[in-house]
Write a protein that binds this ligand. Structure first.
Ligand code: COA
Length: 183
């Protein structure tokens, strides 16, 4: 039985994970949503303008009325630099999937590993998820490395599971962690 708790403030050594506010759209657009390099391996392309980001953030802010919404902006020294969110969850199976992205200027400093570790603790210990899964395009190994560093295990690679936005086939690496893996 899950104990849904919404998206409370979470802290790590260097980061503050927090719910979005309407005014965050500008930093979100400038720092990641408008950057084609960040969205290169994602299902969505870069936002064409900040108005698109503004509308999306407004929708997300409304969504926080539901305790089953798990969506955090990642803040470092007062600047919003990324996102980490539950993209799908199943009540019966007590399982969920996570997605994340980070402003390019901050890549390679261990920040997403720090954010994911904190979110896993919250989702598994506070909410009670039994299984948390993530996946990545095999051409994006940095994301897989984050998963490995957080203790997730590779469960398999699904060949040609998706199509990239350019129409090419994507092999998808699937990772997961179970509550018993953390003990
Ligand atoms: C993937 C992403 C979240 C990683 O965030 P990050 O804060 O840079 O990750 P970390 O610094 O915690 O760890 C990255 C690891 O990948 C490794 N890495 C980087 N580029 C790599 C590559 N081309 N091949 C293999 N490993 C690579 C780094 O060396 C590091 O591992 P290490 O600590 O063992 O040296 C970030 O690059 C990003 O936002 N990318 C764009 C969006 C995206 O791809 N999201 C994920 C979709 S599944």
């Amino acid at each position: 039985m899950l104990r849904h708790a919404g998206s409370p403030d979470l802290y790590t050594r260097r980061l503050h994970l927090r719910a979005y506010r309407p005014e965050d759209y500008r930093q979100m657009f400038d720092n990641w949503a408008g950057d084609p390099e960040v969205t290169r391996f994602l299902s969505w392309g870069p936002h064409a303008n900040a108005e698109i980001t503004r509308q999306l953030v407004a929708m997300w802010v409304e969504g926080y009325q539901s305790p089953t919404v798990y969506r955090w902006g990642i803040e470092r020294d007062g600047e919003l630099i990324g996102d980490i969110s539950v993209t799908r969850w199943r009540e019966e199976e007590e399982s969920c999937e996570i997605g994340y992205c980070l402003c390019r200027r901050y890549w390679g400093q261990g920040l997403m590993t720090e954010a994911l570790n904190r979110v896993l603790i919250f989702l598994m210990e506070t909410v009670g998820f039994h299984r948390v899964a993530l996946c990545h395009d095999v051409q994006n190994p940095a994301s897989g490395r984050v998963m490995q560093k957080c203790g997730l295990r590779l469960e398999g690679v699904a060949r040609h599971e998706r199509k990239r936005r350019d129409g090419s086939w994507m092999d998808v690496a699937h990772y997961a962690i179970l509550s018993e893996d953390r003990r």
